[in-house]
Design a protein. Structure first.
Length: 259
Protein backbone atom coordinates (compact mmCIF):
# COMPACT_ATOMS: atom_id res chain seq x y z
CA UNK A 1 0.00 0.00 0.00
CA UNK A 2 1.42 3.33 -1.05
CA UNK A 3 2.05 5.92 1.52
CA UNK A 4 0.26 9.12 0.92
CA UNK A 5 2.51 11.98 0.13
CA UNK A 6 2.34 14.18 3.17
CA UNK A 7 4.27 16.83 1.34
CA UNK A 8 1.38 17.58 -0.97
CA UNK A 9 0.62 21.27 -0.74
CA UNK A 10 -2.49 22.19 1.07
CA UNK A 11 -4.76 24.97 -0.16
CA UNK A 12 -3.76 28.38 1.20
CA UNK A 13 -7.03 29.27 2.80
CA UNK A 14 -5.45 31.92 4.93
CA UNK A 15 -4.29 33.94 1.91
CA UNK A 16 -7.67 33.71 0.33
CA UNK A 17 -9.29 34.90 3.47
CA UNK A 18 -6.84 37.79 3.76
CA UNK A 19 -7.29 38.68 0.12
CA UNK A 20 -10.99 38.71 0.51
CA UNK A 21 -10.77 41.01 3.51
CA UNK A 22 -8.45 43.44 1.72
CA UNK A 23 -10.75 43.54 -1.29
CA UNK A 24 -13.74 44.18 0.88
CA UNK A 25 -11.92 46.92 2.75
CA UNK A 26 -10.90 48.51 -0.52
CA UNK A 27 -14.47 48.48 -1.72
CA UNK A 28 -15.63 49.93 1.57
CA UNK A 29 -12.94 52.67 1.32
CA UNK A 30 -13.97 53.55 -2.19
CA UNK A 31 -17.56 53.86 -1.09
CA UNK A 32 -16.87 55.99 2.03
CA UNK A 33 -14.50 58.66 0.56
CA UNK A 34 -16.59 61.29 -1.32
CA UNK A 35 -15.45 63.04 -4.45
CA UNK A 36 -13.73 66.43 -3.88
CA UNK A 37 -15.98 69.49 -4.52
CA UNK A 38 -15.74 73.35 -4.01
CA UNK A 39 -17.30 74.55 -0.76
CA UNK A 40 -20.13 77.15 -1.24
CA UNK A 41 -18.70 79.22 1.66
CA UNK A 42 -15.25 79.26 0.07
CA UNK A 43 -16.76 80.32 -3.26
CA UNK A 44 -18.74 83.13 -1.57
CA UNK A 45 -15.66 84.49 0.23
CA UNK A 46 -13.61 84.32 -2.95
CA UNK A 47 -16.19 86.32 -4.93
CA UNK A 48 -16.52 88.82 -2.05
CA UNK A 49 -12.76 89.45 -2.03
CA UNK A 50 -12.81 90.08 -5.79
CA UNK A 51 -15.64 92.62 -5.44
CA UNK A 52 -13.76 94.35 -2.58
CA UNK A 53 -10.64 94.73 -4.70
CA UNK A 54 -12.67 96.22 -7.56
CA UNK A 55 -14.20 98.75 -5.12
CA UNK A 56 -10.82 99.82 -3.73
CA UNK A 57 -9.33 100.22 -7.20
CA UNK A 58 -12.33 102.23 -8.39
CA UNK A 59 -12.23 104.49 -5.32
CA UNK A 60 -8.53 105.18 -5.80
CA UNK A 61 -9.01 106.03 -9.49
CA UNK A 62 -12.01 108.33 -9.01
CA UNK A 63 -10.86 110.06 -5.78
CA UNK A 64 -9.55 113.58 -6.28
CA UNK A 65 -6.13 113.37 -4.63
CA UNK A 66 -5.13 116.80 -5.90
CA UNK A 67 -7.98 118.35 -3.95
CA UNK A 68 -6.65 116.93 -0.70
CA UNK A 69 -3.21 118.31 -1.43
CA UNK A 70 -4.63 121.78 -2.18
CA UNK A 71 -6.69 121.89 1.03
CA UNK A 72 -3.69 120.78 3.07
CA UNK A 73 -1.49 123.47 1.56
CA UNK A 74 -4.02 126.25 2.29
CA UNK A 75 -4.01 125.59 6.03
CA UNK A 76 -1.64 128.23 7.39
CA UNK A 77 -0.71 129.23 10.89
CA UNK A 78 -0.94 133.02 10.94
CA UNK A 79 1.58 134.76 13.13
CA UNK A 80 1.71 138.49 13.78
CA UNK A 81 4.89 140.37 14.64
CA UNK A 82 4.71 142.34 17.91
CA UNK A 83 2.90 145.58 17.15
CA UNK A 84 1.06 147.38 19.97
CA UNK A 85 -1.61 149.79 18.77
CA UNK A 86 -3.03 152.49 21.04
CA UNK A 87 -6.40 153.56 19.66
CA UNK A 88 -8.36 156.56 20.88
CA UNK A 89 -8.75 160.33 21.05
CA UNK A 90 -6.58 163.22 22.26
CA UNK A 91 -5.76 161.47 25.55
CA UNK A 92 -4.07 158.78 23.48
CA UNK A 93 -2.58 161.19 20.94
CA UNK A 94 -0.88 163.15 23.73
CA UNK A 95 0.52 159.97 25.27
CA UNK A 96 4.25 159.95 24.45
CA UNK A 97 4.46 156.21 23.88
CA UNK A 98 8.08 156.19 22.73
CA UNK A 99 9.09 157.90 25.94
CA UNK A 100 7.19 155.57 28.27
CA UNK A 101 7.71 152.36 26.23
CA UNK A 102 11.13 152.92 24.61
CA UNK A 103 11.83 149.24 24.00
CA UNK A 104 8.43 148.20 22.68
CA UNK A 105 6.94 148.37 19.14
CA UNK A 106 4.17 150.85 19.96
CA UNK A 107 1.96 152.73 17.49
CA UNK A 108 -0.09 155.79 18.39
CA UNK A 109 -3.46 155.90 16.62
CA UNK A 110 -5.04 158.62 18.72
CA UNK A 111 -6.74 161.62 17.09
CA UNK A 112 -7.82 164.71 19.02
CA UNK A 113 -11.56 165.27 19.12
CA UNK A 114 -12.45 161.75 17.98
CA UNK A 115 -15.62 160.09 19.19
CA UNK A 116 -16.59 156.44 18.68
CA UNK A 117 -18.32 157.07 15.34
CA UNK A 118 -15.16 158.73 13.95
CA UNK A 119 -13.13 155.57 14.48
CA UNK A 120 -15.91 153.35 13.12
CA UNK A 121 -15.89 155.36 9.90
CA UNK A 122 -12.15 154.83 9.36
CA UNK A 123 -11.21 151.41 10.73
CA UNK A 124 -8.86 150.60 7.84
CA UNK A 125 -6.66 153.64 8.42
CA UNK A 126 -6.92 153.67 12.20
CA UNK A 127 -6.51 149.93 12.88
CA UNK A 128 -6.28 147.39 10.06
CA UNK A 129 -3.32 148.85 8.18
CA UNK A 130 -1.09 148.37 11.23
CA UNK A 131 -1.96 144.67 11.59
CA UNK A 132 -1.60 144.95 15.38
CA UNK A 133 -0.82 142.07 17.69
CA UNK A 134 -2.32 144.01 20.59
CA UNK A 135 -4.88 146.82 20.65
CA UNK A 136 -5.31 149.15 23.64
CA UNK A 137 -8.65 150.90 23.21
CA UNK A 138 -9.54 154.08 25.09
CA UNK A 139 -12.51 155.99 23.67
CA UNK A 140 -15.78 157.56 24.76
CA UNK A 141 -15.09 160.78 26.64
CA UNK A 142 -15.82 162.99 23.60
CA UNK A 143 -19.10 161.15 23.06
CA UNK A 144 -20.11 162.17 26.57
CA UNK A 145 -19.22 165.78 25.76
CA UNK A 146 -21.66 165.45 22.82
CA UNK A 147 -24.32 164.30 25.32
CA UNK A 148 -24.55 160.75 24.02
CA UNK A 149 -25.84 158.21 26.51
CA UNK A 150 -23.53 155.58 28.02
CA UNK A 151 -25.61 152.88 26.28
CA UNK A 152 -25.18 154.49 22.85
CA UNK A 153 -21.43 154.87 23.37
CA UNK A 154 -21.15 151.28 24.56
CA UNK A 155 -22.93 149.99 21.44
CA UNK A 156 -20.40 151.80 19.24
CA UNK A 157 -17.45 150.45 21.21
CA UNK A 158 -18.91 146.95 21.02
CA UNK A 159 -19.21 147.24 17.24
CA UNK A 160 -15.62 148.50 17.07
CA UNK A 161 -14.40 145.45 19.00
CA UNK A 162 -16.39 143.04 16.82
CA UNK A 163 -14.95 144.56 13.65
CA UNK A 164 -11.40 144.19 14.94
CA UNK A 165 -12.07 140.57 15.90
CA UNK A 166 -13.44 139.87 12.43
CA UNK A 167 -10.75 141.64 10.41
CA UNK A 168 -7.74 141.10 12.68
CA UNK A 169 -8.60 137.91 14.61
CA UNK A 170 -4.99 137.44 15.77
CA UNK A 171 -5.01 140.73 17.69
CA UNK A 172 -5.41 140.72 21.47
CA UNK A 173 -7.83 143.46 22.55
CA UNK A 174 -7.50 145.36 25.81
CA UNK A 175 -10.33 147.69 26.86
CA UNK A 176 -9.31 150.58 29.08
CA UNK A 177 -11.87 152.20 31.30
CA UNK A 178 -12.70 155.76 30.31
CA UNK A 179 -10.62 158.08 32.48
CA UNK A 180 -12.29 160.34 35.08
CA UNK A 181 -12.47 164.11 34.86
CA UNK A 182 -12.12 166.73 37.56
CA UNK A 183 -15.44 168.54 37.59
CA UNK A 184 -14.37 170.93 40.34
CA UNK A 185 -11.92 172.73 38.06
CA UNK A 186 -14.87 173.94 35.97
CA UNK A 187 -12.94 174.35 32.77
CA UNK A 188 -14.21 174.42 29.21
CA UNK A 189 -12.29 171.22 28.58
CA UNK A 190 -14.35 169.24 31.07
CA UNK A 191 -17.55 170.65 29.57
CA UNK A 192 -20.59 168.40 29.98
CA UNK A 193 -18.66 165.32 31.01
CA UNK A 194 -19.78 163.86 34.33
CA UNK A 195 -18.02 161.14 36.31
CA UNK A 196 -21.39 159.57 37.02
CA UNK A 197 -21.87 158.92 33.30
CA UNK A 198 -18.28 157.75 32.96
CA UNK A 199 -18.81 155.17 35.71
CA UNK A 200 -21.99 153.95 34.03
CA UNK A 201 -20.15 153.51 30.73
CA UNK A 202 -17.28 151.73 32.46
CA UNK A 203 -19.69 149.32 34.15
CA UNK A 204 -21.12 148.39 30.75
CA UNK A 205 -17.65 147.85 29.35
CA UNK A 206 -16.50 145.76 32.31
CA UNK A 207 -19.57 143.49 32.19
CA UNK A 208 -19.15 143.04 28.45
CA UNK A 209 -15.50 142.07 28.85
CA UNK A 210 -16.42 139.50 31.47
CA UNK A 211 -19.06 137.98 29.21
CA UNK A 212 -16.82 137.92 26.13
CA UNK A 213 -13.61 136.92 27.92
CA UNK A 214 -11.85 140.17 27.03
CA UNK A 215 -9.35 142.06 29.17
CA UNK A 216 -10.76 145.09 30.95
CA UNK A 217 -8.18 147.46 32.47
CA UNK A 218 -9.55 149.59 35.28
CA UNK A 219 -7.46 152.75 35.10
CA UNK A 220 -10.31 154.93 36.41
CA UNK A 221 -9.92 153.83 40.04
CA UNK A 222 -6.18 154.54 40.01
CA UNK A 223 -6.65 158.14 38.84
CA UNK A 224 -9.36 159.42 41.20
CA UNK A 225 -8.84 161.19 44.50
CA UNK A 226 -10.77 160.72 47.75
CA UNK A 227 -13.63 162.80 46.36
CA UNK A 228 -14.05 160.66 43.24
CA UNK A 229 -12.49 163.29 40.96
CA UNK A 230 -9.50 163.06 38.63
CA UNK A 231 -6.55 163.73 40.94
CA UNK A 232 -5.43 167.28 40.35
CA UNK A 233 -1.77 166.27 40.43
CA UNK A 234 -2.41 164.04 37.39
CA UNK A 235 -4.11 166.56 35.10
CA UNK A 236 -3.46 169.73 33.15
CA UNK A 237 -6.94 171.20 33.17
CA UNK A 238 -9.32 168.54 34.47
CA UNK A 239 -9.49 166.35 31.34
CA UNK A 240 -6.08 165.61 29.85
CA UNK A 241 -3.28 164.00 31.82
CA UNK A 242 0.10 165.50 32.61
CA UNK A 243 3.35 163.53 32.96
CA UNK A 244 2.42 162.35 36.44
CA UNK A 245 -0.89 161.02 35.17
CA UNK A 246 0.67 159.26 32.20
CA UNK A 247 3.24 157.67 34.51
CA UNK A 248 0.41 156.15 36.56
CA UNK A 249 -1.20 154.82 33.37
CA UNK A 250 2.14 153.45 32.13
CA UNK A 251 2.75 151.57 35.37
CA UNK A 252 -0.64 149.89 34.92
CA UNK A 253 -0.28 149.06 31.22
CA UNK A 254 3.25 147.68 31.46
CA UNK A 255 1.86 144.43 32.83
CA UNK A 256 -0.20 143.93 29.66
CA UNK A 257 2.51 145.13 27.31
CA UNK A 258 5.01 142.63 28.68
CA UNK A 259 2.62 139.67 28.96
Amino acid sequence: MKKENNNKKKPNYINKVNTTRIDRNRKRYRQVVPKKSISPLFLFLFLLSILGNFFLVGHYITFDHNKVRVETKTRKVVTVSPNYLFLGDSITEMYDLEKYFPDDPVVNSGVSGDATHDILEDMEKRVYQYNPSKVFLLIGTNDLAQEKSPEEIFDNIKEMIERIQENRPEAEIYIESVYPVNETLDTEMVGKRKNEDIRSLNDLLQNYCQEEDLVYIDVYEELIDDNGQLTEEYTKEGLHLNENGYQVVTDILKEYIES
